[in-house]
Design a protein around this ligand. Structure first.
Ligand code: GTP
Ligand code: MG
Length: 265
């Protein structure tokens, strides 16, 4: 009993002397800086891509009196989920490997008013000459078996630092309001895995059914919009002289040409 007490005391002393020593804390801090720096690059890349979407929204509002973007949500992957992904995918614990192999450290979710707006915005973004498309996954044309729909892009964008230019990857998810609300609810329910198998199957079927209804809702809202703006856009500002060259006028499927080699479902 006495021995155990002494051992505990010695252990505590050892931890304080070694793990909490100034040298060790300094070591942790020193190695933490490169990681924090890398994360700050992702924050910068998010700012760049977010601004691009805000500019497009602004220009579209001015020209067509309508905002294609309802809202934008951004996040840098949390430390916890980054570590989980490193473990799951067996990625080496180096900053280079994180940069090369994890493509969603920076994430932007653009919630659009109508389904066509998703393709319009993606098309406008991908036409910009500082954006490089790395991967595209069209879960709208090819929904996941559970019913999940969204357009996912992995893009690379340069950020300009004090003395260097770095290309940084960003994951962009574009969805309608209906797609987003379905995905949010499904995400919450995904964690309730401790239900009996039979009940889980019923819930999955029900969620798939809800996804089908939400897809139908998007299609009908799109038709209503087309009916209101017969040629795809209101004519109110049509004759206004534009400072920026023409936006594409509601192409039916602007990504058709891009989907080929990059589609990786
Ligand atoms: P990663 O290697 O992690 O990128 O896996 P992946 O490439 O197979 O995933 P994908 O690019 O298809 O999807 C990545 C992100 O899309 C997820 O982190 C979610 O935000 C979203 N997502 C994909 N599938 C679903 C789904 O079934 N439900 C919900 N709620 N979100 C999904
Ligand atoms: Mg992915």
């Amino acid at each position: 009993m006495y021995i155990n007490g002494v051992l505990e005391q010695r252990k505590d002393q050892l931890i304080r002397q070694s793990l909490l020593s100034d040298e060790f804390l300094d070591f942790v801090k020193r190695n933490n800086i490169p990681f924090e720096t890398l994360i700050s690059y992702y924050r910068c890349a998010i700012m760049e891509v977010e601004t691009k979407f805000k500019v497009l929204n602004e220009q579209y509002a001015l020209r067509y009196d309508r905002n294609p973007i309802e809202s934008i949500k951004s996040r840098v992957k949390s430390y916890d989920s980054l570590l989980k992904k490193i473990r799951k995918k067996n990625i080496p614990l180096t900053l280079e490997a994180i940069e090369e192999q994890i493509w969603d450290v920076a994430g932007i979710r653009v919630i659009c008013s109508f389904q066509d707006d998703i393709y319009l915005l993606a098309d406008c973004l991908l036409q910009q000459d500082d954006i490089k498309l790395i991967e595209i996954k069209d879960y709208i044309k090819n929904p996941k078996p559970n019913g999940y729909r969204s357009l996912h892009l992995i893009v690379e964008i340069p950020i300009f630092l004090q003395d260097e230019k770095r290309n940084v990857k960003v994951e962009v998810q574009l969805r309608t309001i209906a797609m987003d609300s379905w995905a949010s609810l499904e995400h919450k329910l995904k964690y309730k895995k401790n239900l009996p198998a039979e009940q889980l199957e019923k819930i999955s079927d029900e969620l798939k059914h809800c996804a089908d209804i939400s897809a139908e809702l998007d299609a009908r809202m799109q038709t209503v919009r087309m009916d209101i703006y017969k040629d795809g856009n209101p004519t109110k500002y049509e004759d206004m002289p534009l400072k920026v060259p023409n936006l594409p006028v509601m192409p039916q499927n602007p990504l058709m040409g891009l989907l080929g080699d990059n589609q990786k479902n």
